[in-house]
Design a protein. Structure first.
Length: 118
């Protein structure tokens, strides 16, 4: 079971990016989804989370700027990041419960680099 994350890049302060992650197989579904980030020299932190009921939580530093979501088909998760700041620069990781067949797997995707710089 694998998660594929995409959408990172280099942007200027104040700009936006949207990250997405999805299971590698089309017949798999995602439930709880979390986006984490790890800046150079710092520990990995949970940025945003959405549970199976659609309830969301955010770390304080991104509230009002980032929005986590999941499509209705539970095939893809998103992190919309607006008003990006240099301190948002990090490698971002998607973590999700992936249903494959009759089993749920706690799965991490490969990181995607987000760089915010003028």
């Amino acid at each position: 079971v694998q998660l594929q994350a995409s959408g990172g890049g280099l942007v200027q302060p104040g700009e936006s990016l949207r990250l997405s992650c999805a299971p590698s197989r089309s017949d798999e579904r995602i439930y709880d989804v979390g986006w984490h980030r790890q800046a150079q020299g710092r520990e990995r932190e949970l940025v945003a989370h959405i549970n199976n009921a659609g309830i969301t939580n955010y770390t304080a530093s991104v509230k009002g700027r980032f929005t986590i979501s999941r499509d209705a088909a539970k095939k893809r998760g998103y992190l919309q990041m607006n008003l990006l700041k240099p301190e948002d620069t990090a490698v971002y990781y998607c973590n999700a419960q992936v249903r494959s067949g009759d089993h749920l797997y706690d799965t991490w995707g490969r990181g995607t680099q987000v760089t915010v710089s003028s």
